[in-house]
Design a protein around this ligand. Structure first.
Ligand SMILES: Nc1ncnc2c1ncn2[C@@H]1O[C@H](COP(=O)(O)OP(=O)(O)OP(=O)(O)O)[C@@H](O)[C@H]1O
Ligand SMILES: [Mg+2]
Length: 206
């Protein structure tokens, strides 16, 4: 049986995904350019060396301009990849101009993991989460308290649990379109709220 709160969360997910999928490509391009403009002045980003981003799908805000700017600034860029052996865990893989991309189980492009020759359970092109400075966090919907819900995998809630408890690990910043803001989200006890969310028109601090 699906409980009431899960039903509500799924309805919000569906509604917001439809809204962002409906944005025109012109609106999408504008959104990316405006977002980069405000991020270029972000103090934590300016002093960061290792930044995790995501490639847009499902109508998400496109971070290609941000990625190119980070490369120009000699920041190392990482993309999350679902861990092939450990359920619920993400790996952070180096992303460069020439990185070999492969399609994952959802048909989404992700960097190819390179296994260590000495220990095949390890991957040489990844970075431990604790060594990332900024974690640009994807989300489907957020509210005025900084609560977020994602695609429903719990990957970011697991990842951000240490940050929530004792502020260790990379600093999370949510990036979203303005249409992803809702009044109040029904929250579960494992959900980790974000300290900051940036949209094209607003910079939220919670
Ligand atoms: N810290 C955690 N440890 C173990 N399981 C967790 C943790 N956080 C979330 N989960 C599990 O993940 C599942 C999905 O959670 P939720 O619906 O909040 O995902 P989400 O916030 O949409 O996804 P994401 O965090 O990937 O964006 C839930 O069944 C929940 O029990
Ligand atoms: Mg959650």
């Amino acid at each position: 049986m699906t409980d009431n709160i899960t039903t509500q969360r799924n309805a919000i997910r569906q509604q917001i995904r439809t809204a962002r999928q409906s944005l025109s490509s012109e609106k999408q391009q504008q959104a990316s350019a405006i977002l980069l403009k405000s991020l270029k002045n972000h103090p934590s980003l300016l002093k960061s060396k290792r930044v995790s981003v995501t490639l847009a799908h499902d109508g998400e805000i496109d971070l290609t301009l941000l990625i190119h700017w980070c490369w120009q600034q000699n920041k190392q860029v990482f993309l999350p990849v679902v861990h092939p052996n450990e359920t619920g865990r993400l790996l952070f893989v180096v992303y460069q101009h020439n990185t070999t991309m492969v399609k994952n189980r959802y048909g989404i492009n992700e960097p190819q993991l390179i296994k260590s020759e000495t220990d095949p359970t390890q991957f040489i092109n990844t970075c431990p989460v604790s060594e990332l400075d900024i974690l640009f966090t994807p989300l489907v919907a957020f509210d005025h308290q900084g609560n977020r819900i994602g695609m429903g995998g719990g990957y970011y809630d697991r990842l951000l649990a240490p940050w929530f408890l004792n502020k260790t690990g990379p600093y999370p910043i949510g990036l979203a379109h303005d249409c992803q803001l809702v009044n109040a989200l029904p929250i579960q006890n494992w959900d980790v709220p974000l300290p900051e969310i940036i949209t094209p028109s607003k910079h939220f601090h919670f």
